[in-house]
Design a binder for this molecule. Structure first.
Ligand code: AHR
Length: 649
């Protein structure tokens, strides 16, 4: 398999020249970013650290995730009430009627998202919205392990709220680490209590924000130093139908007013149904902007353009009713950037961020296509550009990197001078190798490219057997030399999807895998990190015996300058099974540091990472000494190298 997959190599030492005086284009700060979508339990059950599933009883089945235990059973003592008319965004709540209930007689248990990941010694914040009219009731809050033993507990006493909803909080420390814990609440007392928004969060969230995000997952993102973060998707932007599209205004403000909807990945992948998958929007647009700011990434929201997913319902809003969609886009810009005297700027300030989030770009539609798409985006463009002339818009080129659909959109978008065109490719590893030159012939002027979703598929797109192995990662590394070499055209790129829960995924491969307690980066993750942490800001020429190095003898390369650190950065992939010996000469530099730093990934093609061996496939750092401006360098079989050389003026 190994030798037929890639071209054979020639013999002898390969002479490679890197010329620092060349300038093949600027590398934008946004070049390497991340694509976030709530797929594979990415948000709920993923980065959103809420441990209670279906905290507001709004899932299709109101008690999904909950078990009621009662001895002896009493008809009507636990009911789901629906105040639809009074509270449209969060109509349901739980009513529990007690009749001098004693210890253990009545309890409700939440199973979490495939269990709750609990850490020994860590503090947990419990909260509930409740109302009651009679005597105090005792709520016994317990975390139990898989053997039903208590591993954390607290006692809360309610009071007569005279029919008003009040919030009750407590914190307690867990005494054991458990990946599959459950939350049990049992009642003691007499009378009726109504409950909603039953919530449990760890205190070790990202930046210790109460109700925040899972720190280990966000740290993996931050370590990428991403140039941008695209959110919230992906197909969830479009929704199965328009009613289920993503609407950012419904994701900000008090949690209990954020109206939950089904996650379109719930039933989308027939062989991986996830019937308990909903979007609670606890992680909403304010939080996404905050996340972008935290990790130093430019925010890139993608908005619905009046079209539902064309693989699903294909619903369209009639053109004469598109205004609210366009208004959502205009209001989002004001929400992100407007000063505090503007309507939505004030909303942002009231949420805790008076200064701008510096939004400079937005996507109109995700994977939409056809004349109906072009008709709609022109309306968005006119409205947005007439108010914000310098604001950049990202447009869809459909689902595939070629074919009639792509060609039609690409031609039309380029003729309307689209700022940025979003291209997607989920293809086999050999496609990535064969397409490392894809952008070499793209026009240097005009629309820029956003490689908005890509990942090598070891089998085929949406195969449940796709793996994140060294084969997929090294083929992406080779392809990315072509992205970097053409940074004058490709201004942004992001692997997709980003996260997957090992027990709750729908789509594989993914960049980062998690379970309830652990997370690891795949080989593909480390390739992304090698690029984004060694970016440079100017592309320079790298040639093999006078020709641009674009796959000859299975060698793929790009080179850049970091003019701030004054370093020359070479990225080179040997995608063959043979060791290849090279000699590098550096031209256009007067003197270089004798110490050269390298990061190298060299593995067998089927090697993977896992929870047990998270860095089985990961770069190794080393350095070597050189004399003068040339050096010999060995490229092992199936290897990817980043070589950094400091210039001395
Ligand atoms: O990344 C998974 C899905 O692939 C995205 O939601 C969609 O845009 C693409 O089809």
């Amino acid at each position: 398999m190994q030798d037929t997959l890639f071209a054979q190599t020639g013999n002898g030492i390969k002479k490679i020249e890197v010329n620092a005086t060349t300038n093949l284009g600027k590398i934008e700060p946004t070049m390497w970013g991340v694509f976030f979508e709530d797929i594979n339990l990415g948000a709920d059950g993923g980065i959103y650290a809420e441990l209670v599933k279906n905290r507001s009883f709004e899932f299709y089945k109101p008690l999904m995730g909950w078990t009621v235990l009662q001895q002896p059973s009493r008809e009507g003592s636990v009911l789901v009430l629906n105040r639809q008319e009074a509270q449209t965004s969060n109509p349901r709540y739980l009513s529990v009627k007690l009749d001098h209930t004693k210890k253990g007689n009545l309890s409700i248990i939440n199973e979490g998202f495939r269990g709750m990941g609990i850490k020994s010694g860590l503090q947990y914040n419990f909260s509930v919205l409740y109302k009651q009219v009679a005597n105090p009731i005792q709520l016994h809050i317990e975390l139990v392990n898989s053997k039903n033993e208590i591993i954390g507990q607290a006692l809360l006493e309610t009071m007569n709220t005279h029919g008003e909803w009040k919030k009750l909080n407590t914190s307690f420390t867990a005494t054991e680490t458990e990946a599959k814990a459950k939350l049990k609440i049992w009642f003691e007392g007499d009378g009726e209590i109504n409950m909603d928004m039953i919530s449990l969060f760890p205190q070790d969230t990202w930046k210790q924000r109460p109700g925040g995000m899972r720190a280990d997952m966000i740290q993996l993102l931050a370590d990428l130093k991403p140039g941008f973060i695209r959110f919230p998707g992906g197909c969830i932007v479009e929704g199965y139908d328009l009613a289920q599209r993503y609407q950012w205004k419904k994701t900000i403000g008090p949690l209990e007013e954020r109206q939950l909807i089904i996650n379109r990945w719930n039933t989308e992948i027939a062989h991986r149904p996830t019937l308990d998958y909903f979007q609670t929007f606890g992680l909403g647009f304010y939080e996404y902007f905050q996340l972008a700011e935290d990790i130093g990434a430019a925010p890139l929201p993608i908005l619905n353009c009046g079209m539902a997913c064309q693989f699903n319902s294909s619903e369209l809003v009639p053109i004469d009713q598109l205004d609210p969609y366009v208004q959502d886009a205009l209001d989002l810009i004001e929400f992100a950037n407007g000063d505090t005297s503007s309507n939505y700027g004030r909303v942002r300030a009231n949420l805790g961020h008076p200064t701008s989030f510096n939004l400079t770009m937005m996507g109109v539609g995700n994977e939409n296509w056809g004349p109906q798409y072009l008709e709609r985006v022109k309306i968005f463009e006119k409205a947005i550009k007439s108010k914000y002339p310098n604001f950049k818009l990202v447009y869809s080129s459909g689902t595939d990197p070629g074919g009639e659909r792509f060609e039609t959109l690409n031609t039309a978008l380029r003729s309307m001078k689209a700022d940025i065109i979003d291209e997607h490719y989920y293809r086999k590893p050999d496609w990535f190798l064969n397409n490392a030159t894809r952008y070499d012939h793209y026009p240097r002027n005009g629309s820029k490219v956003f490689a908005g979703e890509y990942a090598a598929q070891s089998e085929f797109t949406v195969s449940p057997n796709n793996k994140n192995n060294w084969l997929t990662a090294i083929s992406e590394a080779a392809f990315m030399t072509g992205l970097e070499r053409n940074a004058a055209v490709v201004n942004m790129a992001s692997y997709a999807p980003l996260f997957a829960h090992a027990e709750g995924w729908q789509w594989t491969p993914d960049l980062i895998w998690v379970d309830n307690l652990r997370s690891y980066g795949t080989p593909d993750y480390f390739v992304q990190k090698m690029y984004s942490n060694n970016k440079g800001n100017k592309v320079i020429a790298i040639t093999l015996e006078g020709n641009t190095l674009i796959g000859q003898d299975s060698l793929y390369a790009s080179a850049s300058m970091d003019t701030v650190a004054n370093e020359l950065i070479i990225k080179i992939v040997n995608a063959s099974s043979k060791i290849q010996n090279t000699s590098f000469s550096l031209t256009g530099v007067s003197k270089v540091s004798p110490l050269v730093n390298t990061l190298v990934m060299q593995h067998s093609l089927l090697d993977m990472n896992s929870f047990e061996k998270p860095e089985n496939v990961a770069p190794k750092a080393s350095s070597f000494k050189i004399k003068g401006k040339s050096f010999n360098y060995e490229l092992g079989s199936y290897s990817f190298h980043v070589i950094r050389i400091r210039l001395i003026q």
